[in-house]
Design a protein around this ligand. Structure first.
Ligand code: ADP
Ligand code: ASP
Ligand code: MG
Length: 530
């Protein structure tokens, strides 16, 4: 049996749901399918925003209506597409869930806060609507299907909003689920239950993890993650022009890339599939013919020391420093205990060799909580000036170079840091994983895009890029642009890409991040007035 997971990007509207049905029923006929579904695109974001609006006492009705229109619209369109679609009962399901949602939002507005257990219920509504739509689609096609409610099957522990599954205990619960392909299995992603049977979520973007849990629990022979790109690239293809698709990644490489920000795969996904040796394929719902990227124990035939670059945004760095740290046994462990007790995950740690300071990075959303907790825990040391006031740096990003082969190759760190210097980026902190599978730098987030672009170019492209911004486009400037246009093809043959990104005179500015087409009538293009 195969597990297929479809993310929100694959479930944007009724035609995409139809496509998902086509892909998954084809697999069901040959191997038996268990499908894990996310919420329709944008729905979890809307639910999260509704909680925020209600807690802030704002009017949530307009967004609520928009959400209602989106999901009801998908149901109505599917009803037009499919004979025998149980439209009335699907719409009933949507209405009853949205009316409970509204009551909860009114309650949150009165309280002024969304308690985590209530938020977990709200955030997962989209996934339940998604499986209800899909089950009705399969039934309309006469395909026997069963919806698995993770609340009954997937046991997890931790926060209501970011739990970790206990795969072996969950597996025992799946004994009554047919895995012989006689029924098409459908499970909402992102959801689980704690020991008390309360609904929890697995963290934002957590449906990938749900797929891995399900694959491990039903001993699937493959876990396919279907998304909106052809597979895992050596950098985010939506951010880096010329990013290259990878055919294979080891579990460890995929883990490092996703942990450091490649959101094509949630980092928690790797644990269950690696432990149960289940191969994982990343595939494109919009291009099912593409073979995708295989994540397994197999190494790629094409050896490269560096596999990819990832970028983790919304990072805050803490620096705990002071004379009290020097030689004092257990200070580091106290710092990290405070974080772990508060369930705050640390993405990178560095310590100065003089032991005078410990720096670590966490997600910015946890920063103010972390600061309060640290100041409480070290109140005495701060009061007695054994510790300096805790330093906090916001608006940072972590850029990481990943590859199993990095440990055998010398000079990579030098090339990495040269690239950063070339991009005029200042390193706030650096760290290398002890496995030598990754090198990370912490930099200002506003410089991250440029940094990734230059690193990508230096490591993966033998093409030299020259970016031109022309100020002054009178006779001489126009002639120069003409010359550049004539030279471009010849330069490209010599692997030099000369592109004009901006043209300005004293009154107007023309910009194009992809390069201005100089063969077209660029003078007629609408400029940005200065
Ligand atoms: P889904 O809705 O299917 O879960 P996501 O938006 O969570 O999809 O993940 C897919 C996105 O991940 C892609 O559109 C791409 O922009 C982003 N991404 C980031 N890094 C990479 C990478 N290295 N390779 C492929 N995609 C990446
Ligand atoms: N719908 C959830 C989210 O947007 C889970 C997921 O799509 O993976 O975070
Ligand atoms: Mg995702």
């Amino acid at each position: 049996m195969k597990v297929l997971k479809f993310g929100g990007s694959s479930l944007a509207d009724a035609p995409r749901y139809m496509r998902v049905m086509e892909i998954s029923t084809a697999t069901h006929q040959t191997d038996g399918a268990a499908v894990v579904l996310s919420a329709p695109k944008g729905v979890t974001n809307a639910l999260s925003l509704l909680c925020e609006q209600a807690a802030a006492g704002e009017d949530f009705q307009p967004l609520f209506n928009k959400l209602n229109d989106t999901v009801t619209g998908i149901a109505n369109n599917l009803n037009e597409e499919l004979d025998g679609f149980a439209h009335a009962s699907v719409v009933d399901f949507i209405n009853s869930h949205l009316s409970v949602l509204k009551q909860h939002l009114e309650g949150i507005k009165l309280l002024g806060v969304a308690p985590d257990n209530v938020a977990a219920g709200i955030l997962s509504i989209g996934e339940y609507i998604s499986v209800t739509l899909f089950s009705a689609m399969l039934s309309a096609k006469g395909i026997a299907n069963r919806v698995i409610d993770p609340v009954k099957y997937v046991l997890a522990e931790g926060d209501y909003l970011d739990s970790i599954a206990d795969v072996s205990l969950s597996k025992a619960r799946f004994s009554d689920v047919p895995t012989d392909g006689s029924e098409f299995l459908i499970m909402p992603g992102f959801v689980a239950a704690n020991e008390a049977g309360e609904k929890v979520t697995l963290g934002r973007n957590g449906s990938d993890y749900s797929a891995a849990i399900l694959a491990a629990c039903i001993d699937a022979n493959c876990c396919e993650i279907w998304t909106d790109v052809d597979g895992v690239y050596n950098a985010d293809p939506n951010q880096v022009e010329g990013a290259v698709l990878l055919d294979k990644l080891t579990y460890q490489e995929a883990m490092e890339l996703s942990y450091f920000g490649a959101k094509v795969l949630h980092p928690k996904t790797i644990g269950p599939i690696a432990q149960h040796h289940i191969p994982c394929l990343i595939r494109n719902t919009l291009n099912p013919a593409a073979p995708g990227t295989l994540i397994s124990n197999e190494k790629s035939e094409v050896w490269t020391s560096v596999k990819g670059i990832s970028q983790l945004d919304n990072v805050t760095m803490f620096n705990v420093a002071g004379p009290g740290l020097k030689g004092m046994v257990g200070m580091a462990s106290r710092v990290f205990e405070v974080m772990s007790n508060a369930n705050i995950s640390i993405s990178l740690i560095t310590q100065s060799s003089s032991e005078y300071s410990i720096s670590f990075c966490i997600q910015s959303k946890d920063a103010s909580r972390a600061l309060t907790l640290l100041e409480d825990a070290f109140a005495l040391e701060l009061q007695n000036q054994l510790l300096d006031p805790i330093e906090v740096r916001h608006d940072l990003a972590i850029v990481t170079l990943v590859g199993d082969g990095m440990r055998q190759t010398k000079g990579l760190a030098a090339r990495f840091f040269n690239s950063l210097a070339q991009a005029r980026v200042n390193n706030v902190a650096i760290a290398q994983g002890s496995s030598e599978r990754s090198i990370s730098t912490v930099i200002e987030s506003k410089r991250a895009k440029k940094a990734v672009k230059v690193i990508h170019q230096n490591f993966f492209s033998d093409r030299h890029t020259i970016d031109v911004f022309l100020v002054g486009c009178g006779n001489v400037g126009t002639e120069l642009l003409g010359q550049i246009e004539k030279q471009q093809p010849a330069l490209l043959k010599r692997n030099v890409q000369l592109r004009v990104y901006g043209i300005a005179n004293s009154r107007k500015l023309l910009l194009n991040s992809q390069g201005i087409d100089l063969s077209g009538d660029w003078k007629a293009k609408p400029p940005v007035p200065l």
